[in-house]
Design a protein around this ligand. Structure first.
Ligand code: DQA
Length: 139
């Protein structure tokens, strides 16, 4: 399968940022372990801090990739535009979060994106991405 992973704002700082919440591994390190674990599948990784770039990426891969895993960071809680982009494309999308957003501030409890996604995986650390991937592989 051809799977696109998209990370939104501040997720370029994984491994540096608030380690007690997000852990001490960079996404690049984690991404390499995913590739090694599933050599028969092709993964691509894109990160941006800009809402429009995330939307452009969804448009660009959303009619060719087999699955998209998105962690839109704080845009999850605010972005109707990203929700509309997910609804507009053909490729199924799974929303993921590293932290358990339901144990955190109430403004993190709402997702603008979830209703347009196949499902949501929350709170398993970096393993949230692998769990989403397993769904694409096994579905
Ligand atoms: C996050 C949770 C969001 O609330 C936060 O803004 C992030 C990361 C997570 O993966 O736990 O940037 O999406």
């Amino acid at each position: 399968m051809n799977i696109q992973i998209i990370n939104g704002p501040n997720l370029n700082l994984l491994g540096v940022r608030e380690k007690s919440i997000y852990g001490d591994a960079s996404f690049e390190t984690y991404f390499a372990t995913l590739q090694q674990r599933y050599p028969e599948h092709t993964f691509s990784y894109f990160q941006s801090n800009k809402e429009g770039e995330l939307i452009d990426k969804l448009h660009n891969v959303g009619f060719t990739a087999d699955g998209i895993i998105i962690n839109a960071g704080a845009y999850t809680h605010t972005s109707i535009a990203i929700a509309d982009a997910i609804a507009a494309i053909a490729t199924p999308v799974i929303e993921v979060h590293i932290s358990n957003v339901y144990k955190r501030e109430t403004f993190r409890h709402q997702s603008m994106l979830a209703a347009s996604c196949r499902g949501v995986i929350v709170g398993f650390g970096m393993d949230s991405y692998r769990l989403a991937l397993e769904n694409f592989i096994n579905t």
